[in-house]
Design a protein around this ligand. Structure first.
Ligand code: SF4
Length: 284
């Protein structure tokens, strides 16, 4: 869609020109394409912000790509790719896994599923990603009168996701891949032509939005992470039991993870990540 109208949303129609321009780097294919396009001076962004929900929560492959591929590439091209984490009042870092396992926690921030399979409301995306990036933007001068432009990696084939992210008062959301008319396959080509490998899906390894196929692959290929996810489900349910509440689950089957996804079930090689949004299931 070259030459099409720019895709931006703002908190007010008469918002002034933005001075601070950043990319919300989700760690996946689309935002890595934004990184390459910026390195080639095809996009006017120099600052990329990755909201890391925790080294104990992000999929290790995403962190490995970030640290061994994306950050070195950014550095070589004079771009800044920063990892941001959620801070407690005392300045220490809080991870999503720590929040989930906190003994006194009464609410569950991730979209766990009830016995009928429906996912519950979640606060993880807002608390551990949107607010973390928002805090950085405000610390660096973004206000309602001088909002920052925040570019998000959504490609043409997932255009329906573009309006799901509500803009905060201190930001204007931009969608450079839509403006350039790039599809996910184009993004992969941009990345490959720059000599980089294609990044894995970026999401928490225990995310209840993971597909059944994805759970099967995790059990088969990464049994340690699968066991950690099952343990997390147990911890949440022990706490709920003590509070007299019904159990919740990570899958839609209304059963504990290890029973819902038995070992040695066939798992074809279809990549569950194909066509997935850039920032995992968060859609930030
Ligand atoms: S990947 Fe899932 S669990 Fe992790 S922050 Fe996003 S919605 Fe929450």
């Amino acid at each position: 869609m070259p030459g099409m109208e720019s895709h931006t949303t703002a908190s007010s129609d008469d918002a002034p020109e933005s001075r601070l321009k950043v990319v919300s780097y989700g760690g996946g294919v689309q935002s890595t394409a934004l990184l390459v396009l910026a390195a080639q001076n095809r996009l006017p962004y120099r600052t990329f912000l990755f909201a890391n929900v925790g080294d104990d929560s992000e999929h290790p492959a995403t962190l490995a790509y970030l640290r061994h591929v994306a950050i070195p590439y950014a550095t070589r091209h004079g771009l800044e790719l920063m990892q941001l984490t959620r801070k407690r009042r005392d300045g220490s870092t809080e991870t999503l896994m720590q929040r989930l396992k906190r003994p006194e926690s009464r609410s569950i921030p991730i979209p766990v599923r009830m016995a009928n399979g429906a996912p519950g409301r979640r606060s993880c995306t807002a608390d551990f990603k949107i607010k973390v990036i928002g805090r950085w933007l405000r610390d660096h001068g973004a206000t309602a009168d001088a909002p920052a432009t925040v570019a998000i990696g959504i490609s043409v084939d997932e255009i329906h996701r573009a309006n799901r992210r509500r803009a905060e008062r201190y930001e204007l959301i931009a969608y450079p891949l839509l403006d350039l008319g790039l599809r996910r396959a184009d993004c992969e080509m941009v990345i490959r032509e720059a000599g980089l490998s294609i990044p894995p899906k970026s999401a928490c390894f225990f995310c209840p939005f993971r597909s059944v196929q994805g759970w099967r692959q995790l059990r088969e290929n990464e049994p340690r992470l699968f066991a950690e996810a099952a343990n997390l489900e147990d911890v949440i349910n022990e706490r709920r039991k003590a509070l007299g509440r019904d159990p919740v689950y990570l899958t839609r089957y209304g059963r504990p993870l290890a029973a819902a996804i038995p070992a040695n079930t066939t798992s074809d090689s279809v990549d569950e990540l194909h066509g997935a949004c850039d920032s995992g299931w968060c859609m930030t």
